[in-house]
Write a protein that binds this ligand. Structure first.
Ligand code: ATP
Ligand code: MG
Length: 429
């Protein structure tokens, strides 16, 4: 195929054999969030570039080097969203739905775009399910977010493979004091830092903390600790969160170096990490951002949220072989009809059955074909039963009911009794 007809590097098709697992995952999350009282919001995929610069921060990896930014025909600078929080905050402000302290518990799902180096678990178009809560400032809601994800890992069968890391970044004031102390300490050891950290020291010093460079890590061992600079309120908030996680029995690890890539966090930050995916080990990450709404032109509005990477979680389900068997079968019953008259009768019969059993996954053979070829297709479809309409069945107004997976002999069922019969053997419950 010529180059121009290939997908863009790092942007993947999700093929029909993969979509059942995606839909199972997405459906499980959606049901869980519904049950906890969260409501879905849908934002555009493209926003003004300025939105991301203002919210995520000019000197973050995302804004500095990962955004897909372009000029549209009006000369406006637009960007494919790299994450969901900024657009969600814009939307709630634009529609006034967080005004007067109204609580909003929102979630969204969809593609995000970052120009990163594609590798396993890291793509240029990837998908997130994210969630944001506005106007609740206590640790109880931070705990709820973590509790929900904990339940999700349980439902998905991957709880033993993930670990919760927690930190508190304090308020912007306490973080400012800590930043000063850190800059003073690191500046005195400037020559021992790697190049990237030297740059970050100027632009975004807290990010030096999550360096992967061993020499810089050695320098950091004796650096001032964020925990020592926490203000009383942030400390109490953090203790409140931990007490709730203890009460529910959710294990966590305190990670003082967890700072997150985005500028807007305060107090709680957390990540769910796994060692099952190689280097791309963070499957869900989030935190509190009490200053963000104000920074974006709204009234002071506390917020907290997280986002999980769907590709990484789907990969985990595959790696850990936590794929429920029932999702791979997409057809319950396959109807074969032989001859024109039988085909017409079959169509009408199928619709009558669907009227009565709307959840039945009934596939009608298309493209005619011999007895042998239709049976082959019936078998390949994964159906549990084939329905057969040939000359004999037409004459008697019955349909042949043939188990395809070795559950007994073929029988004849009267057309009028077909739906009731299928209800007993396929769509129980
Ligand atoms: P990382 O440290 O892996 O780059 P991040 O801190 O940039 O992650 P967030 O912005 O917090 O990630 O996004 C939340 C989640 O979205 C991540 O934990 C991850 O599961 C997923 N994610 C982020 N970037 C990508 C990507 N390029 N490809 C696939 N999934 C991603
Ligand atoms: Mg990143």
């Amino acid at each position: 195929m010529s180059k121009s007809l290939q997908a863009i590097r790092g942007m993947n098709d999700i093929l029909p054999e993969q979509t059942p697992l995606w839909r199972y995952f997405e459906g499980t999350v959606a049901r869980l969030l519904d049950n906890y009282g969260y409501k879905q919001i849908r934002m555009p995929i493209v926003e003004f570039t300025e939105l991301f610069k203002r919210s995520i921060g000019e000197v973050t990896d995302i804004v500095e080097k990962e955004m897909y930014t372009f000029e549209d025909r009006n000369g406006d600078s637009l960007t494919l969203r790299p994450e969901g929080t900024a657009a969600c905050v814009r939307a709630v402000l634009e529609h006034g739905i967080t005004g007067g302290g109204q609580v909003q518990k929102l979630w969204y799902i969809g593609p995000m775009f970052r120009h990163e180096r594609p590798q396993k678990g890291r793509y240029r178009q990837f998908h997130q399910i994210g969630l944001e809560v506005f106007n609740l400032d206590g640790p109880d809601i931070d705990a709820e977010l973590i509790i929900m994800t904990w339940r999700l890992w349980g439902e998905l069968g991957i709880r033993d493979a993930v670990k919760l890391e927690l930190n508190s970044l304090g308020t912007s004031e306490s973080r400012g004091r800590y930043r000063e102390a850190l800059v003073e300490y690191l500046s005195a050891r400037h020559d021992k830092l790697d190049e990237d950290s030297q740059r970050r020291l100027k632009t975004n010093p807290l990010r030096v903390l999550d360096t992967k460079n061993a020499d810089t890590q050695a320098v950091l061992v004796d650096a001032p600790k964020m925990a020592d600079y926490l203000d009383d309120e942030s400390r109490a908030h953090f203790e409140g969160l931990k007490a709730r996680l203890d009460a529910v029995g959710i294990p966590y690890v305190f990670n003082p170096k967890l700072v997150r890539g985005l500028d807007y966090y305060s107090k709680t930050v957390f990540e769910w990490v796994t060692d099952k995916l190689g280097a791309q080990g963070t499957v869900c990450a989030g935190g509190r951002y009490d200053g963000l709404v104000e920074q974006m032109g709204g009234k002071p509005t506390p917020g907290v949220g997280f986002a999980m990477g769907i590709e990484r979680l789907v990969l985990m389900l595959e790696t850990l072989e936590q794929i429920p068997q029932e999702i791979s079968r997409q057809v319950d019953v396959y109807l074969c009809a032989f001859g024109e008259e039988a085909e017409l009768a079959g169509l009408a019969l199928a619709e009558r059955v669907r009227d009565e059993l709307p959840n039945l996954r009934l596939q009608v053979n298309a493209g005619a074909g011999s007895f042998k070829s239709q049976f082959k297709k019936a078998d390949k479809s994964g159906a549990l039963y084939a329905l057969i309409l040939g000359d004999d069945e037409m004459a008697q107004q019955v349909v042949g009911f043939k188990p395809l997976r070795g559950q007994g002999e073929q029988q004849s069922i009267a057309w009028d009794a077909l739906a009731a019969h299928l209800a007993t053997c396929v769509v129980q419950g």
